[in-house]
Every structure is written in C-alpha cells, then in structure tokens.
Design a protein. Structure first.
Lengths: 828, 365
C-alpha cells in the first residue's frame, strides 16, 4: 500500500518534529513494514520557482512552428531580480499567468540539466515546465498554469505542486486488510507512534437515514452480500475535471486517474478501505437483485472480457440481466462513461471467501478485489457511499438524490474468551493483564472481565478470531524488540539417523572419486525422454504432470536424474570444461496412480489410517544418485598420456559408493536407454537391481552436446542405503604362507567374465583367499570369437602351511568347474 | 705335482725380496687410490688381487720355498695383501658413497611440476550449508526430519491453518499437479515436514527440516522455481517466543559469527501466531555505519526468514494438545543465507551445474 504522508496526517496528529523516518520505523516495528519512501519531486534539484509571465511575443519560425519569447518575473530567485528571458513553445497561457519556471542550474527528471542556451535567436535562460517535464503524468497539452493564488514569483513551487509530498509504501500482510486504507494506517500511527493523538476516522460521519425512496435493491443471498447500500447522484457534469489533489493522491497511491467519477470512488476506497462501485444510473433498468450466478450465464466485464460464470459467483443484476460480478468487477453495459450524468453508487459488503474464489476463478486481480477478499469493515458501507456522494456533488456539480437504500445489517463478530495472561505465556515477557487490556483497547477491541477476558474485536479486524490472535496484538504493541532471548533445553537427541549419515558418506565418496555435485531442477518434458531414447513402454515415461509449469517444455516432474545431469554436463562442455564428472542426489517422482490425497478435517488429528492413506496417494519418491562423466578421466601430462573416461568409470563409481556402504555390486549385461546397448551394466546387490551404469548411446551424447563415449550411471540410493551393512563382524586373517597360482582360460567371447570368476571361486573352494583378473586377451592366438582371461589366484589355509600339491589341486578344481560351467579351456 | 725342491735356493726366489713385495704393494695402493670410480676400482681389484696379480703369483710361490724361508715370505706377502684388501675396501666405501651421492643428484626432479592427474571432486555448497545448519542444531539436541517434496495439499496447506480460501495461499505461488482432484502439490515450504513430525512423534519435539521447496517464480537472479529452506520446530511444555528468540540468536551467532543477533518484526504466517519476520544483524558492518555496506545495502540488518509461536489450530490438526504443549517454528532460505554469507549476487550459478562453481568450495564452506 502506497500512502501519501499528508493524507495519513489529515487523520491523526503526531508530535511536532516527528520525522518520516521515526514514523515509518515505528510502523515497521509494529507490523507495517516500510518498503520505500517516495516523493514525485525527488529527481528534481535546483531552482524550481513560481514565475509570472510579464510579456510574450509570438515569433513564427521557418519550420512552421511559432515560439513565444517571454519575459518572466521570478522575483529574486535568479539573483538579480530582473525578468528572466525564456523561449517557450506552448501557447496555453497569457501574460499575467503564474507558471512553473526552472532556472539554469536546475535538473529535471531523467537527469535533464537546465542551462542558459541560445535558441531561436534568443538567449533562453531556463524553461517553463509542463506536467510531463516534471514527471507528473502524461499531460503535455501545454505548460502548467498555476492558480492565481498559488503564491508569489520566486517562491519554491514544490509545495504548491505537491512535489515534496512524501508517499510511504508499506508491506501489508494478508491479515491486516484494514491497513490497505488511509484510515487503517492512521489508526496504526495512533497506536505505534508515541504521543500520537487526535485520530479522525474518515468513516465516521453523519449519514442520511435509510428510506424507501432509494433505488430498489433485493439481496437474495444475504450470506454472500450481507450489506448493500445504494445512493444516487444526478445532474453530474461528466466533463468536470478531477481536482489536482485527488489526482496527486491516487497517483501517489499507485492508481491511474481515469475520470472524476471513477477517481472519486477510488479515492474513497483508498481513504476508507471500502471498495465502491459506480453505475451509469441511466443504463440500469429496474430493481437491482443480488444473487449467485446460474449455470451458463455470462457477463462481459468492463475490461471487455466475456466470462462464463460459475454458480458460486455473486452477481448484481437488473431487468436486463447481469450487470456486475459483485465486489470483483462491474459489467460493460452499465459502466460509467464520458456521457454519464446520473450515477448509482454501490457500497456493499461481500463474503470474503466468495470474493477470493471468484477472483481466482476468473483470474481477476484488482484493488477492490484485494480488499474484498481479505475482509473489509462491514459497518462503513453507508459512510463510504455518503463520502462518494459528497465528493461527486462537490466536484461534479451533481445533486444528491434523497433516496437512501440500505439492505441488510453488518455481521457482528463473536466475543472471544482470552486468558488475561495469554500474551505473557506466549511471549515469555512479564505482561500484566492491565497491559494486555490496554493494548487490546488501543487496537479497537472491547474488553470486559478479568482473569479470562471477554474480547470483541473491532469490525475492521475480521482476522482476530482466536485467543492467540489477540495475544499477537498485545505482544506487537508491547514490542517484539523486548522479547527476551532464552535458550530452551531440549532432551538428549539421537543425532543424525543412519540414513542421513550414509547419504553424507555417499557424497563424500563421490567427491573423493573426482565427481562434482550439482543441483538441477526436477522438471522435464517429453522431448527430454525422447532425447534419452526411452522406449514407448519404458516405465520412466510415466510422469507426474504439473498443472502450471513455468515452461511447457518442462511440464512434468522427472522420473530420472539423467536429463538434468546431461544438460548440466552439456553446459559444462559448452563453457569449455571439457573434462567433466558430475553427480547429483535427489528424489525422482514415480506416480502410483493411487487416487486423491484427501483433504482431511483440521479440527482433529487424522486417524492413523487416514494419514497412511494420504501418504499412499502420493507418488513414490525414491532418492536416486545420478552421475555423468565425459572427456578424460586422467589428464595427459608430463607423466604420460591422458586416459579417456570409459564405461568402467561409471560402474566403478557406483562400486565405490556401494563399498562405502559395505556392499558389493555385481554387474551384468543389460540393454537400457540411454546407454550403449553393448556397454550397459545392470547393477545388483544380492540379486536386487539397484541401477545401471555404462557408456551412453552415441545419439544421446549427440542430443545433449556431449562427446562420444561419455558415461553415466543412475542408482536407487534408498535401496542401497536400506541394504547398507551395519555392525559387520571383525575379519580374521591367516598368517601362513600364501600360495600363488595363475590360470589362463579361453572362453567364448560372449561368456561374462563374472561367470568365469564365480566358477573359479566356487571350484577353488575354501582355500581361495582372493582372485584377480589380470589380463584379457583377444586375437589370433585364441581364435575368432574367443577370449582369454588370465587370473591370479591366492590360496591359503587358516590353520597350516599348504602341503605340496594342495594349491595346484585347488587350482585344478577351479579350472574344472569353470570348464564345466562356461566351456573354459585352459590356455597352453 | 712335484715334490719339494730341496735344492732350490730360496735367496733367489722373488717373494723373498722385500723390496719387490713392497713395490707390488705400493703399486696396488697407488692404483687403488687413483681409481676414479667403482668400475675402475673393479679393474684395480682384478689387476692387484686377482689370480694373475703379482701378489697372488708371489703368494703361490711361497709354497715352493724352503720351509725356513716360508714364514718370513708368508708374512711379508700376507701383510702386503692385507694392506691392499683394506685399501680396496676403504676405497670401495668412499666410491660407493660418492656414487650414491651423485645418483641422488642426478635423480633430482622438478617438484614444482603439476601433480593433478585426476580431477578433484567436490560437494555442492548448498548441500554443505544444509549439513552445517543441521549439525548446529544436532549439537543442541535437535534431530533432522524429512518429508517428500511432492506433497499432499492437506499437509502443505490445510493442516497448517491455510484453508482452501485463505488469501495467504496466493502468497505462495504453488505448483499444482494433474489431475487436480488428487490434491497433490509441490511443497511450497518445508512446513509440511513439521506437520508430519507432529503426526508421527510425541512431544517433546525438537527438529529441523532442511529441504527443497518450489514456487512458480520465474527464474532470474533472485528468484528460482526451486530453492532450499530449513525450518525448525519445537513443541514442548512452556515454550515461548523468548525461547524462539534465544534459539535464533544462537543459530545466527553460530552461522554468521559471535555477537550476531536477530531482530523480530511483526508479520503474518497462518501457521504461527504471533508471527515475526527475522532480521539478522549484518555480519559485515554489524550495523556500525552501514551506509556503505553492500551486504546489508545500508540497512544494518538482513532479512533472514520468518518465525512464530505455533498456532494452536495447527497443533490440533496434528494431534498435539494445545492445553499442554506450545511450540515455535522458524524458516529460513538456505540459498538466501548462502548468498549473503558468501557474497553471491546472482543465485543462478547454484543450479547451473558449472563444475567451476562447486569446485571453488571444495568440501568445506
Ligand atoms: Zn552491513
């Protein structure tokens, strides 16, 4: 809310010498936070004074224009007292007029420096200003001619134009709708600035009593519209101009001047907080009826939009049909126009929740809607309407018709029982009951009783409904800055959970492996999944759709971390970081299509079943780890050649993570997008699939701007962490001598090394301490479609030195089983 | 083999000539001393102690001498050979030491050569900051709570006293999901974790919940559709705003430095009553002549987050008896805290994944 300071101070007195800074500091500390202080003339510096035009000589120019060579009396403001010679292109003034004169040395908005300069054959020393040149709106029909009583030549013109008027902008929280008005802010000044007094409520005035002569109104839905006040002004001059001070104030408040009638309704809304609607009375036919809309009804609102109405929308109708979306926006057919001479003034109180829903449904945000949906004082409809009528008559030459329609009565707020010590208990401050009562009365509450206070909130505070709400009023007036600082004493905690610790360990492990952690947005589009090459029936294509994504290209919650990682890797490549290894941990979203997550009651705890059902309705959101690497794994340098990343780096990174959790990962061939069909490993732990790793498919690399042979992995960390080994028994070692046996086995190229190794392990039996594949050979010596795998076996017994031949026997048994299982032949 | 040559005149036999043995010895010692390196010394050893060396030949002659001459000749030759061997050993040691020293000199490398063969990894600074904050609270006895980011509307709003028509719902521009009747949202705050915590645990509750949250903010230098929050929740008997203030003062001093405190301003959050905005004292200028301070933009204080006393309505919806327990809650932006703690003007590098950004922080912030 932007509020001109002078307008506020019209309604409350502050001690002499109160600075704007002090006033706004106090407002900030009691809950109306200062956003900015503005004044329209803040960009204007230097001499800007009243000038009286002494002479003006029209001088036609060759270009067809006529300029005026003027002499202007600027008093002593120019230092000499002599008239100032100024060239002026405007013609809307005459000798004797008072005008706004900026003298050499002045600076106008936009950094426009004024000097004496030669133009049209004269030395022009200064400028006669238009409203636009001063930043006071778009009016450039001519220069500003001041009223004859504006002041004496040479006087500073800023106060006359309101250029030094300060406007304070306050952040208004949704519970403080009353502060969306000069009335409410003045009241806050009264309670927050020490020594403030003399609150003059703009909504308290003598209003004519309701009678039967007003425009007939029927309210069919008193819950939606508890109060409807109608007044009529006739004989209004539609050409009458809005007074300058009204234009200045509503402009300062951030609203655009439109016409006198509209400006006055806005002015009164800003002053009282009560939105007012004006109809062209001559276009309203017959009685007004307020009701809910019916299915299929439409209305063209005054923004020109035709809207299909919802049966929950409150509408204003006449004999012609619907003429307004009550409290939200008027209709086109009854809009006040440049020919309107009779005005029907509506000041109605509307149900805030209906206003909120209608505004949201029709996507209408307006100053009126903002107030109506947050809650307005229901008791001031008559006063606000009367104020509008008064201003229309005063400035538009109209006549107030004697008819006054008032339908309904304002709802009253229930009395709330508030423990007298609640504020003290809530705040931890020694606030006495007397203090609490005084604070509540200061904000307008009626308070009676003691021990337990019976409190009636003021009608402009619909937000005060619970005992705790009143405690906030007390505490903020006592002062948040006086709340003491006391540390509570929690019971002994259990520290991080094991899963939380393991997640940290995983991150550290990957950082140790050379991967850099990134954080990506979890949004994807179908095109991202296409770029990954996912099959049509890939379960990762089942995505949770966002109703209102920021971009249609990323309208879903992702089911895989890879798109974000691949994009980040591509950006790195694009930025010249050619060797990149990144990882991310984050949840992915896997819809369960388990139906709605119920909106449960809030006046009790949900049952365990209700709560479990709520969780079950949400998508599964497992924690995933994704990683991508491209370029070189080991840089080239003085030590030797670079080693490019390979599929094995992706598998090894996952193995490192698993090892950090005490787990061993097995890899077997798989075909899955986005990986290379011949270089993709399915990773399992004890037979359970945890994810995949390997080289990316060349088309995927290309799609994401990555070099060929880039690699990636994605695994489900919830599964890994769930299987993490806890409390492992300590190992024992044999100290007897080790026996080493090497074997080279030739198998079909399609036989997985893991199978050969498994057979060797099993065949060697318990003497086998470790086995290591130290060479893989393909080529002429083993023949087409065959490969040779060379293993180093270490054999040892726990209780003795192996006897001659024992190691060899174990080796032979291993080879025999490998031969049986995999067709392996020992290489000669 | 012949028998002893009893006719042989020992006087005429070489070994008996002292000056000759002496000459052999001198020649050998001179050669040893002159050997410049181990290879040369090896040759010297061969020349002067080898089978065909003069001393070896002389020694072999001793057996042919008459018995009366053997002793003296044996002594003479033996002494000479002993002296030569000793000299060889000594020279060997010297030369070996010299060799070793020379080798070490020759093996000198340029230790200023780059050694980074493998890339260095790092963790994301927001992860590190989240952990740092979690640790501060764990040290106080808190535990770390978690919940899903795709959340039930009821938990994100209704349970937190944000009814369906609450104007404050528009304060948080929410990502909704399809189908709308499923009532599922991307959580706009970490507060639903607080609700979950109260629903699943009995007081006393002391938890913090760091996590990702979502709002439909267009992505620019100061807004992001996804950001990170940390919320704290305490529910216990006799909890007041003073405990909230004490906790946040402690938090601020731990995160930003000794003596950094907080300031409360009245505010509005549906789930707390009373509610406050929290400002933290600028840790750069400490509100001493802040006019030129970039960090707080001349304010002396920095907007940090929101907090308040848990609204009893929230306690009721989450099954906590407000007659027995009261609580406080607070929430801060982790990214925002990071930005002013580390002088970052534009938040986008946090989400772009450029490895140079995270790498700059290593594994500690
Ligand atoms: Zn500062």
């Amino acid at each position: 809310m932007k509020a001109p300071l002078s307008w506020i101070l019209e309604h409350v007195d502050v001690p002499a010498g109160t600075t704007t800074e002090h006033l706004t500091d106090r407002l900030t500390l009691t809950g109306l936070k200062l956003e900015a202080v503005e004044s329209p003339g803040r960009e204007i510096t230097g001499p800007l004074v009243i000038g009286r035009v002494l002479t003006m000589e029209p001088e036609p120019q060759k270009n067809g224009k006529t300029i005026n060579w003027c002499t202007v009396d600027v008093g002593d403001a120019n230092g000499t007292g002599e008239p100032q010679g100024i060239v002026c292109g405007a013609h809307n003034f005459a000798p004797g007029d008072l005008v706004v004169t900026v003298l050499p040395g002045g600076v106008l908005p936009g950094g426009f420096e004024i000097g004496a300069r030669k133009t049209y054959g004269h030395m022009s020393a200064g400028m006669i200003c238009s409203a636009r040149e001063l930043g006071l709106g778009d009016d450039h029909d001519g220069i500003i001619v001041l009223p004859a009583d504006a002041g004496e030549p040479g006087q500073d013109v800023r106060p006359v134009l309101g250029l030094d008027e300060e406007t304070i902008e306050l952040e208004i929280n949704p519970d403080r709708a009353y502060a969306l008005s000069i009335r409410g802010i003045a009241r806050e000044v009264l309670v927050s600035v020490e020594g403030a007094s003399g609150f003059r409520d703009p909504a308290v005035r003598d209003t004519p009593a309701a009678n039967a002569d007003g425009h007939p109104v029927t309210v069919e839905d008193p819950e939606g519209c508890p109060v409807f006040v109608a007044r009529t002004v006739t004989g209004f001059d539609p050409t009458a101009k809005t007074p300058d001070h009204v234009v200045q104030r509503i402009t300062a408040a951030g609203m655009r001047p439109i016409s006198l009638a509209v400006d006055i309704t806005n002015y009164v809304m800003l002053e009282t907080g009560r939105p007012i609607h004006g109809y062209d009375a001559d276009t309203v036919s017959g009685p007004i009826v307020v009701r809910r809309a019916r299915d299929g009804e439409t209305l063209t609102t005054l923004d020109g939009t035709t809207r299909e109405l919802d049966p929950a929308d409150l509408v204003v109708t006449d004999d012609s049909g619907i003429i307004g979306l009550g409290g939200v926006m008027g209709g086109e057919t009854t809009e006040m126009s440049a020919t309107t001479t009779s005005i029907l003034v509506e000041a109605a109180h509307w149900d805030a929740a209906s206003m909120y829903r209608t505004g949201r449904r029709h996507k209408i945000t307006s100053e009126a809607g903002k107030r109506n949906e947050r809650g307005v004082d229901p008791t001031i409809c008559e006063a606000a309407a009367d104020r509008v009528v008064e201003l229309l008559v005063e400035h538009g030459g109209g006549r107030a018709e004697p008819g006054v329609t008032v339908v309904g009565t304002p709802p009253t707020a229930p009395v709330v029982e508030v423990p007298g010590d609640l504020a003290a208990r809530v705040s931890g401050m020694p606030i006495t009951e007397e203090q609490a009562v005084a604070c509540l009365r200061a904000v307008g509450c009626e308070v009676s009783g003691s021990g337990t206070l019976s409190v009636t909130p003021p009608p402009w505070r619909p937000d005060l409904t619970d005992a705790q709400d009143f405690s906030e009023e007390v505490v903020r007036l006592v002062g948040y800055d006086r709340v003491p600082s006391v540390l509570p004493t929690p019971p002994s905690g259990r520290g991080l959970t094991r899963a939380q610790q393991l997640r940290r360990r995983i991150g550290r492990t990957l950082a140790g492996e050379g991967f850099v952690e990134v954080v990506s947005f979890p949004f994807v589009g179908i095109s991202d999944l296409d770029a990954l090459g996912l099959a049509d029936d890939d379960p990762r294509r089942d995505l949770l759709q966002l109703s209102n994504p920021l971009s249609n290209e990323a309208g879903f919650m992702t089911s895989t971390l890879l798109p974000g990682l691949l994009r980040a890797a591509g950006r790195n490549i694009g930025h010249g970081n050619a060797d990149v290894a990144i990882f991310e941990t984050g949840t992915v979203t896997l819809p369960r299509h388990a139906g709605p997550a119920a909106i449960l009651p809030v006046d009790r705890r949900p049952t365990d079943d209700e709560f479990a059902a709520l969780d079950a309705a949400l998508p599964a959101q497992p924690l995933h780890l994704g990683l991508v690497a491209a370029g070189d794994a080991v840089s080239g340098g003085w030590w030797g050649d670079a080693r490019p990343v390979s599929w094995a780096d992706a598998v090894e990174a996952v193995r490192s993570v698993a090892a950090a959790l005490g787990l061993e990962v097995a890899a077997s061939a798989a075909e899955l997008a986005p990986w290379h069909p011949g270089r993709c490993a399915e990773l399992t732990v004890d037979g359970e699939v945890v994810g995949h790793a390997g080289e990316l498919h060349p088309t995927v690399c290309q799609a994401f701007g990555l070099p060929k042979r880039s690699v990636a992995a994605e695994v489900d960390l919830d599964v890994l962490i769930g299987r993490a080994v806890h409390l492992r028994a300590a190992p024992t070692f044999s100290t007897y001598p080790v026996a080493k046996e090497d074997v080279a086995l030739v198998v079909d190229a399609s036989v997985p090394a893991a199978d050969v190794e498994a057979a060797l392990r099993e065949g060697a039996g318990e003497l086998l301490e470790s086995i290591r594949l130290f060479d893989v050979y393909t080529g002429d010596q083993v023949g087409e479609g065959r490969k040779s795998l060379a293993y180093a076996l270490r054999l040892r017994a726990f209780d003795r030195t192996l006897k001659e031949g024992e190691a060899a026997a174990a080796r032979d048994a291993a080879v025999a089983l490998a031969a049986e299982r995999t067709g392996a032949v020992q290489r000669a | 083999m012949s028998g002893p040559n009893t006719d042989y005149d020992p006087v005429e036999v070489t070994p008996l000539k002292a000056d000759q043995v002496e000459a052999m010895r001198e020649a050998a010692l001179a050669a040893i001393a002159a050997a410049p390196d181990l290879d040369a010394l090896k040759q010297v050893r061969l020349d002067h102690t080898g089978d065909r060396s003069p001393l070896a030949l002389a020694n072999r002659e001793i057996g042919a001498l008459p018995p009366q001459a053997r002793k003296e000749a044996g002594q003479r030759v033996g002494q000479a050979r002993g002296a030569v061997n000793q000299a060889l050993a000594a020279r060997q040691t010297v030369l070996e030491a010299e060799h070793e020293e020379r080798m070490l000199v020759e093996e000198t490398v340029d230790v200023s050569l780059p050694t980074t063969r493998r890339r260095r990894g790092s963790r994301h600074p927001i992860t590190l900051q989240s952990e740092l904050i979690a640790d501060l609270f764990v040290a106080m006895g808190y535990e770390v709570s978690e919940g899903p980011v795709v959340e039930a509307e009821w938990l994100n709003f209704d349970a937190l006293n944000l009814g369906p028509d609450h104007p404050a719902r528009t304060m948080q521009d929410t990502f909704w999901t399809e189908p709308a009747e499923d009532h599922v949202v991307l959580r706009t705050q970490t507060s639903p974790v607080q609700a979950r915590t109260m629903l699943t645990r009995k007081p006393p509750i002391y938890v913090v919940c760091p996590g990702r949250v979502f709002r439909t903010d267009e992505y620019d230098a100061t807004h992001s559709p996804m950001f990170h929050q940390v919320e704290g929740l305490v529910v216990d008997e006799g909890i007041t705003m003073a405990h909230l203030k004490g906790t946040l003062d402690h938090f601020a001093s731990q995160l930003f430095g000794d003596g950094i405190t907080t300031r409360f301003r009245p505010s509005y959050f549906p789930f707390t009553e009373p509610s406050a905005e929290v400002d933290v004292l600028c840790f750069v200028c400490r509100n001493v002549d802040p006019s030129t301070c970039r960090t707080c933009r001349g304010e002396g204080w920095i907007e940090w987050g929101g907090c308040g006393v848990v609204n009893p309505r929230v306690l009721v919806a989450c099954g906590v008896d407000p007659e027995v327990y009261s609580g406080f809650a607070f929430g801060m932006g982790i990214d925002r805290s990071f930005m002013f703690r580390h002088d970052l003007e534009d938040l986008r590098p946090l989400f772009e994944g450029d490895v140079r950004f995270s790498s700059a922080f290593g594994s500690e912030i």
